[in-house]
Design a protein. Structure first.
Length: 120
């Protein structure tokens, strides 16, 4: 029986995660998107902790956006996450696209984070 789109994405994500590892100095920027929201986290895999996160569910972001699952929202989340990271003196990250294709919202989030000063 054929895999669903979500099952295929999870298998791709498992393949990607085999070679990606976030550390305290260079955390993993993990992206998750649903139809209505976008989530991004900086994760230290060696300690097993989330260092910081940003999503369209946060109150100040939700009020500024009309819809949380589009390109505009992705750009805003990327920029906010990068600003938070630079505030904690994190400049380089490992990008984890979580099995999603690198286009659309995932690309917009990554580009916005790079524009704010994150390196990956």
């Amino acid at each position: 029986m054929a895999l669903s789109k979500e099952q295929s994405r999870i298998k791709r994500h498992q393949r990607i995660r085999k070679r990606l590892q976030g550390t305290g100095e260079k955390p993993r920027l993990s992206v998750y998107k649903s139809l209505n929201h976008i989530y991004a986290q900086l994760i230290d895999d060696t300690a097993g902790k989330t260092l910081l996160s940003a999503s369209t569910l946060e109150k100040e972001i939700r009020t500024a956006l009309k819809h949380g699952g589009n390109l505009e929202a992705a750009k805003k989340i990327g920029a906010i996450l990068a600003q938070k990271a630079l505030g904690k003196k994190i400049t380089t990250v490992v990008f984890d696209r979580a099995g999603y294709r690198y286009h659309g919202c995932v690309k917009a989030l990554a580009d916005a984070a790079r524009e704010q000063g994150l390196k990956f």
